[in-house]
Design a protein around this ligand. Structure first.
Ligand code: ZN
Length: 263
């Protein structure tokens, strides 16, 4: 965790209440004057700005306390340190009679999906301390016949075709299954159109090129598969519409990600 703290009132010191759980590292002035006052104690002059990193040592809670020169506590930041959780996933490139018909076409999509998942794994690890672990190489379930240029998951015939292909492909068990598909829709779940649709632990995501939109869409759908609902705040990853802004999971979502679902 890193934070910048503007100070408006007077000189302060910052210290971790329980350095055994987490302490401050790499404290440095961005503007003005900041200095180390002792073990785990940092001074910041009025009007200065500092940047610091908090390092977690063991599982638990502590607070970073902001004190005035008189020892009065004028601010605090709760710090939670938790174990890393692992969630397993499989990556699956769908084929049908008219889409991804050559091995080269499947390989090209596979390379994109792997690149996107790398950024999604970084995001989950950084924001929720969740390690996403891929089970086996990408699978290539092949549908008999046509799924259409748009795959409608609310269509029973389509779902039977996909389920049959999945069964034939012998996809190993995992917490999450990701299907990178040319265009997926569900007229009940997302009547306005969607870049991704999640049904239980299976995420179907349009074949977006690697980039912020793809990372956000994958992270959002995986959030659904890990029991997160939509969030009305546009800065959340779980906001229902796409927006190009940097997005985060909030504290409640991180808690839910860490306490629900198989692991
Ligand atoms: Zn959603």
């Amino acid at each position: 965790m890193a934070a910048s703290t503007p100070v408006f009132f007077e000189d302060i010191t910052i210290a971790s209440e329980n350095p055994l759980i987490a302490n401050i590292l790499l404290f440095a002035a961005v503007a003005g004057r900041a200095e180390i006052r002792g073990p785990n104690s940092f001074f910041l002059q009025k009007g200065s700005v500092a940047r610091f990193t908090v390092f977690g040592n063991t599982v638990g809670f502590t607070r970073l306390l902001v004190r005035t020169a008189r020892g009065e506590i004028v601010g605090s930041l709760l710090v939670s340190v938790k174990d890393k959780l692992t969630k397993t996933f499989t990556l699956n490139i769908l084929r049908d009679a008219s889409h991804r018909t050559t091995d080269d076409a499947v390989d090209a999509q596979q390379a994109k999906a792997l690149a996107i998942m790398q950024s999604v794994r970084d995001l989950y690890l950084a924001q929720a301390n969740i390690s996403l672990f891929q089970i086996g190489p990408p699978n290539k379930p092949k549908v008999d016949g046509y799924l259409g240029d748009t795959i409608f998951l609310d269509d029973v015939g389509t779902m039977i075709k996909i389920a049959t292909a999945v069964q034939a492909a012998n996809i190993p068990g995992a917490d999450l299954h990701i299907f990178y598909t040319w265009d997926v829709e569900d007229r009940f779940i997302a009547p306005q159109g969607a870049l991704g649709v999640t049904l239980l632990g299976s995420c179907f995501v349009d074949e977006l090129p690697p980039g912020p939109t793809a990372t956000f869409t994958f992270a959002h759908e995986l959030g659904h598969a890990l029991f997160l609902d939509h969030n009305p705040n546009p800065s959340s990853i779980m906001f229902k519409a796409f927006s190009p802004f940097l997005k985060r999971f909030n504290a409640l979502e991180i808690t839910i990600l860490n306490t629900t679902g198989s692991s």
